[in-house]
Design a protein around this ligand. Structure first.
Ligand code: ADP
Ligand code: MG
Length: 479
């Protein structure tokens, strides 16, 4: 019927607007490269904050290869002992106890607990949030085996992974620039998050020192570099998205402090806030943005990350239901509820290989209360998932390619076989198989044959948490 034709036309139009041909991805990567330069040149010089992390000496698990160009380190410190980490991401937070065995043994033992953050704390007051976290951490610490108790007079030390934009003032202090993802706590912006957390520790008598304040991307770099000296960047693809990479200190004009001995500094790009006229932004993205907690911000993140992908699909389906009776002549009220269709559900539908697309049918029924969908409707739903996930994955690849360009690793120099590894962590990358494979193949496509062989991607499991513990160790007041 005409209605069906209209629905199909809407899908085709959406697909076209979401298109990411390789030439466009190259433009996105070039724009990323340009913005990286601008953000490093001056404070506020770009939408990319390019934050200085005070991590200028990466953990030294494995000795660097002789003559290795980037890595300069660090045999002076041997990370050993029990360290804690707290990983506040977007959806959950994790507490970790990491037993480090130094150079030979690496991470000897790891215990962790995950707690989901009650939604009302994401938009309440900062003291409530930090009190809640301190309380859970104290409970976790109290489960510490006796053999690991610190000797009298020695404080436990913590790496605090706080995955929001922070202007650091040292390795263990920094003020919140803004919230992202689902968080919006007004009285926390501009405050030192370590001081806030420490206040909450003191209230309940938890004797713990924050030795390192770390972005999750930076933790991921640190974790991965601990076992592989070729790691040059860390990317998070989870609730949100971001990247950090190792920059030459000389290439950071806005840095007026002492040059680090290593000659290097990890930069937290905050790439979620990247924007460019080359990004394929659709009307659905614009509507998602203006309905969000942070309109006009985090444009790149809203096209890529796990918090948003499912909701883009929902918005397209809603419009198709309203304007082309896609699911029949009524529109399910559930379809109007923001974020009701989550990215893990989208991923499950996308992966459905059953001949009648049973998973898709069940998800539509259970989540959106849309019954009796036909096979051809379900096929369209899968197609929408594919369009949205593919766009996100290809844009992520373009972002990574932009970093490689910035540091001159996008091409192979004559006679050089320098390897570069990008460490990736986050639930989207880890669990959304189609997203991951599209990201990997697109990066290869961008690099081309020879260069592609020198670039690797590895999943840095638990990178953000373990990395924070490693950085706490390398900034310990005792070691
Ligand atoms: P955070 O980013 O909050 O630190 P994670 O890295 O664990 O946390 O990522 C969680 C996010 O990953 C979820 O919000 C969700 O968007 C995404 N995710 C988790 N599981 C899946 C899945 N099976 N398919 C697609 N996305 C997933
Ligand atoms: Mg995380």
């Amino acid at each position: 019927s005409g209605k069906w034709g209209r629905a199909v036309a809407m899908v085709r139009e959406f697909e076209e607007q979401c298109g990411t041909p390789i030439a466009k991805l190259r433009q996105v990567a070039d724009a990323m490269d340009v913005e990286m330069h601008a953000g490093l040149a001056s404070e506020g010089g770009s939408k990319l904050k390019m934050l200085i992390t005070f991590v200028d000496n990466l953990p030294s698990g494995i000795l660097p290869l002789v003559g290795h160009r980037l890595l300069c380190c660090i045999a002076y410190r041997d990370e050993k002992g029990i360290f804690y980490a707290l990983d506040l991401g977007g959806t959950n937070f994790r507490t970790l106890r990491v037993h480090l065995g130094g150079k030979e043994k690496g991470v000897v033992n790891l215990e962790s607990e995950e707690v989901s953050i009650p939604p009302h704390l994401m938009t309440g007051s900062s003291q409530e949030l930090f009190d809640f976290i301190a309380d859970k951490l104290a409970k976790f610490v109290s489960s510490e085996p006796e053999e690991f108790h610190p000797p009298p007079g020695r404080q436990r030390e913590l790496g605090f992974t706080f995955s929001f934009p922070v202007r650091q003032t040292s390795i263990a202090s920094g003020t919140l620039i803004k919230w992202t993802k689902g968080f919006n706590i007004e009285n926390a912006v501009g405050e030192d998050v370590v001081a806030e957390l420490t206040k909450s520790f003191e209230k309940i008598g938890l004797d713990m020192r924050v030795a390192a304040l770390v972005n999750d991307t930076v933790g991921t770099v640190a974790r991965a570099r601990f076992s592989n000296p070729d790691v040059i960047a860390g990317v998070i693809l989870g609730t949100g998205t971001n990247a950090a990479y190792v920059e030459r200190a000389h290439a950071i004009p806005k840095w007026h402090g002492l040059l680090p001995k290593s000659g290097e500094m990890v930069i937290n790009m905050e790439w979620g806030n990247f924007r460019s006229s080359y990004l394929p932004v659709t009307e659905y993205d614009q509507a998602l943005d203006s309905d969000s907690l942070n309109p006009g911000e985090q444009v790149f993140e809203k096209m890529i990350s796990g918090m948003y992908l499912g909701d883009i699909v929902r918005r397209v389906l809603l419009k198709m239901a309203e304007e082309a009776d896609f699911f029949g002549d009524t529109v399910s009220p559930k379809l109007r509820i923001p974020f009701i269709l989550r990215t893990p559900d989208m991923s499950a539908m996308h992966l459905d290989t059953s001949s009648d697309l049973r998973v898709v049918g069940n998800k539509l029924k259970d989540i959106l209360e849309i019954n009796n969908t036909s096979l051809k409707m379900r096929k369209i739903v899968v197609e929408l998932c594919d369009i949205v996930a593919t766009r996100g994955a290809r844009l992520s690849a373009a972002g990574i390619f932009g970093i490689l360009k910035k540091i001159g690793r996008d091409t192979v120099k004559a006679g050089e076989k320098q390897k570069s590894v990008i460490a990736v962590d986050g639930g989207l990358f880890e669990h959304y198989a189609k997203f991951k494979s599209s990201l990997e193949s697109t990066l290869k496509e961008l690099l081309g044959g020879e260069a592609a062989e020198t670039i690797g991607m590895e999943h840095s499991n638990d990178g953000s948490g373990i990395g924070a513990a490693l950085l706490a160790a390398s900034h310990s007041q005792y070691l």
